[in-house]
Design a protein around this ligand. Structure first.
Ligand SMILES: [Zn+2]
Length: 303
């Protein structure tokens, strides 16, 4: 039985097939969402995730749609994203931190990947609890936000820029500007350890494909830029700020059952990170091809 994907253009279908090959069954949820319900993918069927330590001092503390990452250091906590509003920040982030014995008052930095409300809505409240510095790209902080009111940039907040390094308590996070999902989406790369074994985590900051061709092409270029950085830093771990971005609900459930000596499900290996990157690149190329094909069929519909 053939399952339908959202692509009708022959070229887009070919790209989608490449994406499915690249996934090799490793990220079925990501493939499904990233690549317009491509065959071989699947939707999410999982309960609300439990908060959990994924790498040494690196915690998954989000909900079933948006993940939030807490990175604990001797000098405080770095948070990646902040959910939709104060209520979600209290109910999910603060509650999960308490379950993990992480003190929300110790948050020092809140890095916001982009200006969609499900990523920054709880940031102002979390800053009020902790005095943390908020950080987002200038493009997105000054741009048109989608969702809750954007937190006002205080004197101790700052912009995230391409190539920037943020260091706290011996941990360093590299910032990569990857516009496309929004004009100032940022992605992050940082070393982690798994029971002492060193790895390098990559987290791409934007998810859904934009609707217009220029933004899709920018997104596609950003994937190349991000791949260059993850190659240079030898990233071997895929994390995401959305559970659909890294098959996070499956991985958290696997991790909860992990026995000593078993592999960490988030470690993809270098080869896995390269395939993950190829999956995204192929899906973006499919989106672009589909738009071009639609436009050729209906020249007045070109955007
Ligand atoms: Zn978004």
């Amino acid at each position: 039985m053939e399952r339908l994907s959202g692509y009708t253009a022959p070229g887009a279908k070919a790209y989608a097939a490449m994406a499915a090959d690249a996934s090799a069954g490793q990220w079925p949820v990501t493939l499904f969402y990233r690549c317009r319900n491509v065959p071989g993918g699947s939707a999410i069927h999982a309960p609300m995730p439990q908060p959990i330590e994924v790498f040494d001092g690196v915690y998954s503390i989000g909900d079933d749609a948006n993940n939030v990452w807490a990175i604990d250091t001797a000098e405080g906590i770095i948070l990646i994203d902040a959910l939709s509003n104060e209520e979600d920040a209290k109910r999910v982030i603060v509650e999960n931190m308490r379950k993990l014995k992480l003190d929300p008052a110790r948050i020092r930095y809140i890095l916001i990947t982009h200006n969609h409300g499900d990523h920054y809505g709880g940031a102002a409240y979390l800053k009020s609890l902790s005095g943390a510095h908020l950080a987002m790209s200038r493009e997105d902080w000054e741009g048109k936000a989608l969702g809750a009111p954007m937190p006002v940039k205080a004197a101790d907040d700052f912009y995230l820029t391409d190539g920037q390094k943020i260091t706290l308590g011996g941990r360093t996070i590299s910032v990569v500007l990857t516009p496309g999902h929004t004009p100032g989406t940022v992605s992050l790369v940082f070393p982690v350890t798994d029971k002492g074994q060193p790895h390098v985590a990559s987290l791409f900051g934007g998810q859904g494909s934009p609707k217009n061709l220029a933004a899709l092409q920018q997104f596609r270029k950003s994937l190349d830029h991000f791949a260059d950085v993850t190659d240079a830093m030898q990233a071997d771990v895929v994390l995401s700020n959305h559970t659909v971005g890294d098959d996070g609900l499956t991985k958290v459930a696997l991790l909860a059952k992990r026995k000593p000596g078993q592999p960490n499900p988030y470690v993809a290996g270098r080869e896995g990170v390269i395939r993950y990157s190829a999956l995204w690149q192929a899906c973006l190329s499919a989106d672009i091809d589909q738009i071009a094909w639609n436009a050729a069929a209906r020249p007045d519909a070109v955007k």
